[in-house]
Design a protein around this ligand. Structure first.
Ligand SMILES: NC(=O)c1ccc[n+]([C@@H]2O[C@H](COP(=O)([O-])OP(=O)(O)OC[C@H]3O[C@@H](n4cnc5c(N)ncnc54)[C@H](O)[C@@H]3O)[C@@H](O)[C@H]2O)c1
Length: 670
C-alpha cells in the first residue's frame, strides 16, 4: 500500500521506543493452565523463529529468552510483553482509529472478547471454552489492530489462525475481513496434531465466536439454553403453556464462559437449577454478576434451598462449589430426584484441563496438567466412567439427561465406555442419550431456520440497545408459531433480565425471514440517525454455520453428518455476498477434527449498499442450512423449504421424494 505522499506504507509493530516494557499481571485475573510442552528441541527453535517474525532482528537476543521461558512455563508463546497495559474493553466505535466503519467496528468486537470482565483467560487471549482464543499472541493482536486501522473499503484483510497475512485489493461490497482458524489437512487433523501446531505458533483454536470476533458474553448462549430447557420441559412434562418448569430441578455443571449461562437461563425459564463448578473464582464471577443467586460448598444446604424453591414453585439458581461427580453421587445416595440433567464442562478439551476429575481439587488438576499429564488422563477417564454410571442411575429414576454439545458423550466413549454408543461399537449411530440438538434444538429450531442471531450497538449507548430491542419486537408476529412467541417474549423481557456483560449486545433467535426483516429495519434506523452503527452476527452454532455430527448436525440422519460441505458453502456464500467479515474454523465447541464451523459479521452503516447485502447474504446464511436439512428429509426443514419456495420467485430449493422405510427394510431383508 502506498500512502498519500507516495511512500510504501509499512504495517508493522511500532518499535520506535524499543521493546515495550514488561508488565505485572493484575492479581485476581484467571490464567490459562500450562498444558504441557509437546515440542522437540528442533521444534522449539522453530516455534521461537516463528514468534520472532513479528520483531526486528536487533531485538531478538533480548526477547528470545523471554519467549523460551514463556514456552517452558506455559506451553505456548503468548508474547505477554506486547499486551497493551491496563484494561482492554470494547469502547464506543467513535474512540477507535480507522479509514472505514468496518475497520473500527471489528476493533470494538476484538477488545470486547479480551475484556477482563468477559474473557476466561484474558492474558492468554482466551475468550471462552477453556481454549478459544481471539488470536495466538499479543503481537498478532497489535498487528491486526494496525491493519484494521489502515483498512479501506477497497481492501480485504486476510487472517489465518490469528496471523494477519495482509490487506489485498477487493471492492466495497466484498468482505472487509476473511478469517480462518485451525483448519488442518485431514490426516493431521487430530487433537495431538493441533496441539503441536498451536505450540509451533501456526494454529489457533478459535472455538466459535472467540476467534470469529463475535462473542457477546454469556448472554450469547442464554437464549439458546432458555429455549432448550423450556422445550425439554415441554417434551418431558407434557405441558405446552404456563410455568412448564415450575418446581422442576435442573442439574448441570460449569459456570464458565458459556456454561455460566445455565443458571440465568434456567431462572428465566422458571426452574430451580443446581450447577456444580470446581473453580471458586468462576463461581464468584457469576455470583457478582447476578447470574447465579446463591452459592455454597455444602451439598445438604444446596439441596435444602432447592427443595424449598421447588415446593413453592419459585425459580432459583444455586451454585455448588465442587465437582459435579460428588453432586450426582450425593443426590443418588440421599434419594434426591433430578428432573433435567446435563453437563457443560469443557469436554471438547477434556485432557487439556476442560474436565476436572472427581476426587481431584482444582489446584491439583492444574498441577497435574503441567507435571503429570499421563496421571491426569488416567484420572479424567476414571472420573468420566463414574460420571456415566451416576447419570445412568439418575436416568433410571426418571431424570431426562441430554448432552449439552460439549462432547461429553464422545469423551465418555473415548474413556472406554462402549455402552454409551447406540451400537455398542462406534459412534456412527450416535449415543444412547440424546444431544440437545438431536432432540430439541435441531428439530424445533434449526430445521425451521431459527438460530442465534445477535447484534452489538457499536455506539456503546444503552439507549440504542433499548431502541433496537423495541424495533426487533415489532418485527415478530408472536401468533405465527410457538417459537415466535418464545422469541417475542424473550426480547420483551430482555432488558429486565439484565443480560449485558461487555458491549451493548443482544441475542435473539430468529429464522430467515425474521433476521432479514430486523436487519433491514436496523439499517434504516441507522440511516435515519436514530441509532449509531450496529454489528450484526450470530453464533457459529446455528442452522447452516456448523457441520458437526456430535452437535449441530446430530439430527441429520441421511449419513451426511460426517460431511463438512454445508459450513464451507455457507462461508463461501457469505464471502461472495459481501458480509463484512466471514470466518471458518475447525473444532468449535466439540474439539479439533470434530466440527467445521463458520460465522459472519455485518456492519450496518445505514447505506443502501448494506440493504442489498442484507437481502442476499442474511437470507443465504440461514436458508442454505434449511435446504441441506430439508434434503436430509427433516420434516420441519421440508416444511420451511416449501414455504420458502412458495414465497420467493428468485430462489428455489431442491426437495426430496420420501421412500417407504418399511418397504425398503423388507426388500433388503428378503
Ligand atoms: N451451551 C451451549 O449451547 C454450548 C454451545 C457451545 C459449546 N458448548 C460447550 O460447553 C462447554 C463449556 O463451555 P464454556 O465456555 O462454559 O467453557 P469453560 O471452560 O469456560 O467452562 C467450563 C467450566 O466447567 C468447570 N468444570 C470442569 N470440570 C468440572 C467438574 N468435573 N465439575 C464441575 N465443574 C467442572 C470448569 O472449571 C469451567 O469453569 C464447552 O465444551 C463448549 O464447547 C456449549
Amino acid at each position: 500500500m502506498i500512502d498519500a505522499a507516495g511512500k510504501v506504507l509499512e504495517i508493522r509493530l511500532d518499535f520506535t521506543d524499543g521493546l515495550p516494557e514488561r508488565q505485572e499481571f493484575e492479581p485476581g485475573i484467571r490464567r490459562a493452565p500450562n498444558r504441557g510442552q509437546p515440542l522437540s528441541e528442533s521444534e522449539i527453535v522453530l516455534a521461537l523463529k516463528n514468534a520472532l517474525r513479528y520483531i526486528p532482528e536487533k531485538f531478538h537476543r533480548e526477547i528470545a529468552p523471554e519467549f523460551l521461558a514463556e514456552y517452558r512455563e506455559r506451553g505456548r508463546i503468548y508474547g505477554y510483553r506486547f499486551r497493551p497495559a491496563g484494561k482492554i474493553t470494547g469502547r464506543p466505535i467513535g474512540e477507535y482509529k480507522g479509514c472505514c466503519v468496518e475497520g473500527r467496528a471489528f476493533q470494538v468486537m476484538i477488545d470486547n472478547n479480551l475484556d477482563f470482565a468477559v474473557a476466561l483467560y484474558p492474558y492468554e487471549l482466551v475468550t471462552y471454552g477453556e481454549t478459544g482464543q481471539v488470536c495466538q499472541n499479543w503481537m498478532q493482536y497489535l498487528l491486526i489492530k494496525k491493519y484494521l486501522e489502515a483498512l479501506t473499503e477497497d481492501g480485504t484483510l486476510v487472517v489465518q489462525s490469528g496471523h494477519p497475512l495482509g490487506i489485498f485489493a477487493s471492492r466495497p461490497d466484498a468482505p472487509r475481513v476473511i478469517l480462518t482458524n485451525g483448519l488442518m489437512i485431514g490426516s493431521f487433523d487430530t487433537t495431538e496434531g493441533f496441539f503441536r501446531a498451536a505450540a509451533l505458533g501456526v494454529a489457533n483454536y478459535g472455538q466459535m465466536t472467540a476467534g470469529g470476533w463475535m462473542y457477546i458474553g454469556p448472554q450469547g448462549i442464554v437464549h439458546g439454553t432458555y429455549n432448550t430447557l423450556l422445550n425439554a420441559g415441554r417434551m418431558k412434562f407434557g405441558e405446552s403453556t404456563g410455568n412448564v418448569l415450575g418446581g422442576k430441578l435442573f442439574v448441570s455443571s460449569g459456570l464458565g464462559g458459556m456454561s455460566g449461562a445455565q443458571p440465568k437461563a434456567a431462572e428465566i425459564a422458571g426452574a430451580v437449577s443446581l450447577i456444580a463448578e470446581v473453580d471458586p473464582s468462576r463461581v464468584e464471577t457469576r455470583y457478582s454478576q447476578g447470574w447465579v443467586s446463591k452459592r455454597t460448598n455444602d451439598l445438604a444446604e444446596a439441596f435444602a434451598w432447592a427443595d424449598e424453591a421447588r415446593s413453592s414453585r419459585r425459580a432459583l439458581s444455586i451454585a455448588y462449589v465442587g465437582n459435579v461427580v460428588d453432586l450426582l453421587r450425593y443426590a443418588l445416595d440421599n434419594g434426591r430426584h433430578i428432573d433435567l440433567l446435563s453437563d457443560q464442562t469443557s469436554c471438547h478439551a477434556v485432557y487439556e484441563g476442560g474436565y476436572c476429575p472427581g476426587g481431584t481439587s482444582f489446584e491439583e488438576r492444574t498441577r497435574l496438567l503441567n507435571e503429570d499429564s499421563d496421571e491426569f488422563r488416567r484420572r479424567v477417564n476414571s472420573s468420566l466412567r463414574e460420571h456415566f454410571e451416576l447419570i445412568k442411575a439418575h436416568a433410571a429414576q426418571g431424570a431426562y439427561f441430554f448432552d449439552y454439545g460439549n462432547s461429553f458423550m464422545k469423551a465418555v466413549f473415548d474413556a472406554g465406555v462402549r455402552e454409551i454408543a447406540k451400537n455398542g461399537r462406534d459412534t456412527f449411530d450416535g449415543f444412547i442419550f440424546p444431544s440437545y440438538v438431536e432432540d430439541i434444538m435441531g428439530p424445533l429450531l434449526f430445521d425451521y431456520g431459527y438460530g442465534p442471531f445477535r447484534w452489538v450497538c457499536l455506539s456503546g449507548n444503552p439507549a440504542d440497545l433499548r431502541a433496537t430491542d423495541r424495533a426487533a419486537m415489532d418485527c415478530i408476529d408472536p401468533s405465527r408459531r410457538f417459537q415466535d412467541h418464545d422469541n417475542w417474549a424473550w426480547i420483551r423481557d430482555a432488558e429486565k433480565n439484565r443480560l449485558v456483560v461487555g458491549t451493548q449486545a443482544r441475542i435473539l433467535y430468529q429464522d430467515e425471514e425474521g433476521r432479514v426483516r430486523i436487519a433491514l429495519k436496523f439499517n434504516e434506523m441507522v440511516r435515519r440517525g436514530q441509532i449509531g452503527p450496529v454489528m450484526l452476527g450470530r453464533d457459529h452454532h446455528d442452522v447452516s454455520g456448523t457441520d458437526s455430527p456430535f452437535r449441530e448436525t446430530s439430527n441429520i440422519k441421511d449419513g451426511s453428518n460426517i460431511m463438512a460441505e454445508m459450513a464451507i458453502h455457507c462461508f463461501a456464500g457469505n464471502c461472495a455476498r459481501g458480509m463484512s467479515l466471514a470466518a471458518l474454523h475447525n473444532g468449535g465447541g466439540v474439539g479439533t477434527g470434530k466440527a467445521i464451523n463458520g460465522g459472519f459479521g455485518l456492519v450496518l452503516d445505514g447505506s443502501k449498499r448494506v440493504d442489498a447485502i442484507i437481502r442476499s447474504s442474511m437470507s443465504w446464511d440461514v436458508i442454505s442450512g434449511v435446504a441441506r436439512r430439508a434434503w436430509a428429509r427433516n420434516d420441519h426443514a421440508m416444511e420451511a423449504a416449501n414455504e420458502f419456495n412458495a414465497r420467493r420467485d428468485d430462489c428455489h430449493i431442491t426437495l426430496p421424494f420420501i421412500a417407504d422405510d418399511n418397504y425398503l427394510a423388507e426388500l433388503v431383508r428378503k
